[in-house]
Ligand binder design. Structure first.
Ligand code: ATP
Ligand code: MG
Length: 423
C-alpha cells in the first residue's frame, strides 16, 4: 500500500488538535533532504500507544512492545512510535524494556546513525539534535554516541551501517568503521535479518563500495569463519572483491549478483554459503544453476542449447547479462568477442525457432513406450533425441525421430547385452 501526503497532513492536523507532537523521522527525512522520494514514512510522537489505539479504529500492533503502532489510513499503514528511551540491551539485538518520554531529544539519542535521527514537523521544519545535517552534507554515516556501545547494544546495526553506505553512497566515519572492524560479532541477530541487509546491499547502486566495506569491516569473514566455513580458494577475499566490482556492470537483480559472487567457490561451498544465509530453496536453485553453467560454451552447440534448456530463457538471458557485465568490467577484447558471439548464436536460435525443450520435440513419451522404452530408458531416449535435434534441428519431425528412437533403442539393448556377456 502506498502512503500518501494527504494522510500525513491528516495525521499532523489530528495530533495537533490533541496537543501532541508528531514528527517524521528516520529514512524519510534523510531521503527528502537528499532529494530522493521516501519509500515510507516513519513517525514519532509523545502520544502513548494506548492513546493512539483509543483514537483510531484501525490499528495494527506492529511493535507494541517497543511503542510502535501501525495506523491504517486510506493510503496505507503509518508506523508511529512513542518517544522512548531504550533500557539495557541483553540479547545483542533488542532492548529488554523501554520507557516512554515526553522529550524528543531523548528519543533521537536511541536511534542508530546521525543521518537517521533528523526530525521534520508538519510544517516542514527540520530539527537536528545530533549533527545529522552536517554528516548528511558530507555524506558520512556516524553512530550516535559511542560506536562500541551502540553496536554492542544491537549488533544488527553493523550490517545496517554497511548496507546504508552502499545504498546512500556514503562513507563510514572512522571511529564507527573501526568499531565494526574490531568486533564484527553478530551473535543474537537472526540470520534472516542479516540476509535482508545483505540482499539490499547486493542490489544497491554502490554494490562495489558495499562489498568492499563488508570485507574491510570483517563482516563476511566473521559470518563464515565463525561457523567453521573455510573456502578452498585461499584468495577468496580478492575474488569476492573483483566480483563486487563486476556487479556494477549488471542489472540490480539479486540472483544475478549472487551467482557472480559465488561462481568461483566449489559447488559444496556455494550451497553452504546460501544455506548459512538461509536463502529460500527457490533462490538457491536458481543461483546454483547459474553457477553450474557459468561458462557457457559457444563452440559446442549441444552444450549451448542444453544450457538454455536447463536455465530457461530468463535464466539464460541472466547468464548473458553476467557475461556482458564481466566483459565490460574486464574490458578485454577476447571476452567482449565471446559475449558478442554468444549473443549472436542465441539470437539465431530464437529466430530459427530451434527446438530446445522436451516439449519442442515432435514426439512424446507415448512414442517411446510404443517403441519399447521403459523406466530410465525413456529419460535416456529423450535426452538422446534432444541431443540429435540440437545438432540437426531439421530432424525434428515425427518420421525421422521415430526411426531414430527405434535404432537408438536397439543400440542401448545391444550395449546391455554386451555388458551381460562380459560379466
Ligand atoms: P529504510 O526504510 O530505507 O530501510 P530507515 O532509516 O527508514 O531506512 P527503518 O528500518 O525504516 O530504516 O527504521 C526507521 C528508523 O528507526 C531509522 O531511520 C532509525 O532512526 C531507527 N532505527 C531502525 N533500526 C534501528 C536500529 N537497529 N537501531 C537504532 N535505531 C534504528
Ligand atoms: Mg523506513
Amino acid at each position: 500500500m502506498k502512503q500518501s501526503i494527504a494522510d500525513l497532513k491528516y495525521l499532523f492536523d489530528f495530533f495537533k488538535r490533541r496537543n501532541k507532537q508528531l514528527y517524521i523521522v528516520g529514512g524519510a527525512v534523510r531521503d527528502m533532504i537528499l532529494g530522493k522520494t521516501p519509500k515510507d514514512y516513519d513517525l514519532t510522537t509523545n502520544a502513548l500507544p494506548d492513546e493512539m489505539k483509543h483514537w483510531f479504529d484501525d490499528v495494527v500492533d506492529t511493535g507494541a512492545r517497543f511503542g510502535t503502532i501501525g495506523i491504517v489510513l486510506p493510503g496505507g499503514v503509518y508506523e508511529i512510535t512513542t518517544f522512548r528511551r531504550d533500557l539495557c540491551y541483553t540479547d545483542g539485538r533488542h532492548p529488554s524494556s523501554v520507557i516512554y518520554t515526553d522529550d524528543v531529544r531523548l528519543d533521537v539519542m536511541r536511534r542508530d546513525f546521525t543521518m537517521n535521527a533528523i526530525l521534520m514537523d508538519g510544517d516542514g521544519i527540520i530539527y537536528d539534535y545530533v549533527g545529522g545535517l552536517a554528516d548528511l552534507d558530507r555524506r558520512i554515516i556516524r553512530a550516535i554516541g559511542s560506536p562500541d556501545d551502540r553496536f554492542a547494544e544491537d549488533k544488527l546495526r553493523k550490517w545496517r551501517c554497511v548496507r546504508l553506505a552502499a545504498e546512500q553512497a556514503m562513507v563510514v566515519e572512522d571511529e564507527t568503521k573501526a568499531s565494526i572492524q574490531n568486533d564484527p560479532d553478530i551473535t543474537g541477530v537472526s540470520m534472516e535479518r542479516i540476509r535482508q541487509e545483505f540482499c539490499r546491499l547486493l542490489v544497491s547502486e554502490k554494490v562495489t563500495w558495499g562489498g568492499y566495506l563488508l570485507l574491510k569491516c570483517n563482516l563476511i569473514q566473521f559470518l563464515f569463519l565463525e561457523r567453521g566455513v573455510h573456502f578452498k580458494n585461499r584468495d577468496w577475499r580478492h575474488t569476492f572483491l573483483e566480483s563486487f566490482e563486476a556487479m556494477a556492470f549488471v542489472p540490480r537483480h539479486l540472483e544475478t549478483r549472487l551467482a557472480m559472487l559465488l561462481h568461483s567457490l566449489e559447488p559444496e561451498e556455494q550451497k553452504l554459503f546460501l544455506n548459512v544465509l538461509k536463502f529460500s530453496k527457490r533462490t538457491q536453485k536458481q543461483v546454483l544453476a547459474l553457477c553450474a553453467h557459468y561458462q557457457v560454451n559457444c563452440n559446442d552447440i549441444v552444450d549451448f542449447k542444453q544450457t538454455i534448456a536447463e536455465l530457461g530463457h530468463d535464466g539464460f538471458a541472466t547468464l548473458l547479462s553476467i557475461q556482458q557485465g564481466e566483459a565490460a568490467w574486464d574490458g578485454g577484447p577476447l571476452k567482449c568477442e565471446i559475449v558478442k558471439k554468444n549473443k549472436r548464436i542465441y539470437a539465431n536460435i530464437i529466430e530459427r525457432g530451434d527446438p530446445i525443450f522436451v516439449r519442442d520435440l515432435k514426439i512424446d513419451g507415448k512414442d517411446f513406450i510404443a517403441a519399447g522404452y521403459r523406466g530410465p530408458a525413456v529419460k535416456q531416449g529423450i535426452s538422446a533425441a534432444l541431443s540429435l535435434v540440437y545438432r540437426y534441428p531439421e530432424y525434428n519431425n515425427r518420421s525421422d525421430l521415430l526411426s531414430f528412437i527405434d535404432s537408438y533403442y536397439e543400440s542401448i539393448n545391444a550395449s546391455e547385452d554386451d555388458q551381460r556377456e562380459t560379466t
